[in-house]
Design a protein around this ligand. Structure first.
Ligand code: 3HC
Length: 500
């Protein structure tokens, strides 16, 4: 293991836990002992939590041998490079490995932002150079992207994939393209979330809640940026932008500024959130008015569909009077909001736009999920507070969203799903592998294609069309493959169609 930073220490732990001996190296003795300290802390935490016995800890630790220099790597079967993402450092390391390792040893890189092909080409034996891309935290996340280049020998892919399985990971084989599967999908979504925060579209907490309580992801995008490191995220975005050139991959200026300022996230004690105190300075919700009194009487305006009926019944069950009469002097006019349909026209038609907000329930109302309180340009602070109080009274988690296509959840999700469809349309991967990568690499409970199938391709298409029409950004342009699935009503789980 060359490089014992957070990822290197985690990967070394994974190998040692699987019974494999590890020779651990870093740039100097201080870096090495810091890395071993990280590893020891992780193993001790596992013992404290009752996941390992002290004897097992000692055995695992006994398999890890700190090494002073490359000469100690002479007998290894596999070298894994996990050093900073600078080509000149990697070139030096692969030259040393070429010199000391036996010719049939495999040389792997955990790089996420330098082309594996460029690293391989710098080696004397490029056929044995491969990417083994782990995910943070390495002991927990089960994905390993096995990245082959045009130079990689066939047997090497099979050996490394078997090894990944042996250490308890699931390998997904990909070609050498910027971001591989997971980063190419994850990072633009995180970058877009930061843009939404920087532009004031949504608050930090609401954006993270939209992802966790709304989409069911294990972490919000802003908290995840802090975990990955804003400097790392920036370099991945730069590589994606260099490779694909689209505006979607342009790093949000705030990402660069925070990174330049050294506010790189958890590892620096501060990034988008502040970690200097006892814990992350977050709240469950950024809505100070979540405790605002719920209205006593609500005028409900909907499309006369099930969504409206369900909302009416929930409001009545909560002990709030519901009327459909727009002229009634109720405390709040509530527009049952729907994807792809703005709230403002309905609130104008009701004649009391100041007292109106939209409410978009994500998921099943009865399950206490997320509710977007949609404010138009005319909604008064009182109406917004009343809408928020109402959502809380219904047992929902309220967040605020402007009356723009996609509201907040759709803004985050639809472009992300479109990226996944485009990756498939490009022939780089397929729905099964993309879903596996996002579930095992990023902890998604459902992969992008499972999310599309659950919502219906037509719903995602409508959302994207509305966003594309309003903004004109290419990232919102619905991919033809999505339109085909929507038109033919074929779920992605049905597999590839004849002729593909
Ligand atoms: N090291 C070791 N173990 C850790 C850990 C760490 N840093 N963080 C958490 N764990 C372990 C805990 O000990 C616990 O194990 P246990 O059940 O045996 O006690 C388990 O993970 C769950 O941890 P917690 O209960 O504390 O926390 P959560 O349930 O909230 O899970 C999480 C934490 C696993 C980080 C989860 O939030 C998650 O899956 N987040 C998404 C992470 C993600 O997307 N990673 C990919 C980033 S992209 C990347 O790495 C690529 C790179 O190129 C940028």
């Amino acid at each position: 293991m060359i490089g014992l930073g957070t990822m290197g220490a985690g990967i070394a732990e994974v190998f040692a836990r699987a019974g494999i001996g590890v020779v651990a190296m870093d740039v100097d003795a201080t870096a090495l002992s810091r890395g071993i300290g990280t590893l020891d802390a992780s193993l001790s935490r596992a013992v404290t939590r009752g996941r390992l016995t002290a004897a097992e800890q000692a055995q695992i630790r006994g398999r890890i041998r700190p090494a002073a220099g490359f000469s100690e790597a002479a007998a290894v079967d596999l070298a894994v490079e996990v050093v900073p993402e600078r080509m000149e450092i990697k070139r030096e390391i692969f030259a040393e490995l070429d010199r000391v390792c036996s010719p049939d040893a495999i040389l792997a890189t955990n790089t996420s932002s330098i082309s594996v092909t460029a690293i391989a080409a710098a080696s004397k034996h490029p056929g044995r150079v491969i990417g083994m891309h782990f995910f943070n935290p390495a002991p927990v996340m089960r994905l390993v992207e096995v990245v082959s280049t045009v130079l990689t020998t066939d047997g090497v892919v099979a050996t490394v994939s078997d090894l990944a399985r042996h250490i308890g990971k699931t390998p997904v084989h990909v070609g050498d393209r910027a971001g591989f599967i997971a980063n190419a999908l994850l990072l633009p979504y995180l970058n877009h979330a930061l843009y939404l925060m920087a532009s004031g579209y949504g608050s930090r907490e609401d954006i993270d809640l939209a992802a966790t309580a709304g989409i069911g992801l294990p972490m919000g995008p802003l908290a995840l940026l802090d975990l990955i490191g804003l400097d790392t995220a920036l370099s991945i975005m730069e590589v994606l932008h260099g490779e694909f050139g689209l505006p979607r991959y342009n790093p949000t200026p705030l990402l660069r500024r925070l990174s330049d300022a050294g506010l790189t996230g958890r590892k620096a004690g501060r990034g988008i959130y502040d970690y200097a105190g006892a814990g992350k300075d977050d709240h469950q919700s950024g809505n100070e008015d979540a405790s605002a009194a719920a209205p006593k009487t609500v005028t409900l305006i909907g499309a006369g569909d099930d969504v409206e009926a369900e909302l009416a019944s929930a409001i009545a069950t909560a002990g709030i009077n519901v009327t459909r009469n727009a002229a009634h002097p109720s405390d709040l006019v509530l527009i049952a909001a729907e994807a792809g349909r703005p709230v403002l026209p309905a609130s104008l038609a009701a004649g009391r736009p100041q007292q109106s907000v939209g409410l978009k329930v994500i998921g099943k109302l009865a399950e206490g999920t997320l509710a977007e309180v949609v404010q138009t340009s005319l909604s008064s602070p009182g109406a917004i507070a009343a809408g928020t109080g109402l959502a809380a009274k219904l047992g929902l988690v309220p967040i605020h969203a402007p009356d723009r296509p996609g509201f907040l959840v759709g803004q985050l999700l639809y472009a992300h799903l479109a990226d996944a469809v485009r990756m498939c349309q490009d022939g780089y991967s397929n729905p099964t592998e993309i879903d596996t990568a996002m579930k095992l690499g990023c902890g998604y409970p459902r992969g992008p294609f499972e999310l599309i199938d659950a919502a219906g391709a037509a719903t995602v298409l409508t959302g994207l069309e509305a966003m594309y029409e309003a903004y004109g950004y290419p990232e919102f342009a619905p991919p033809p493959l999505l339109a085909e699935h929507a038109a033919a009503a074929i779920p992605f789980s049905a597999g590839p169609r004849p002729g593909r």
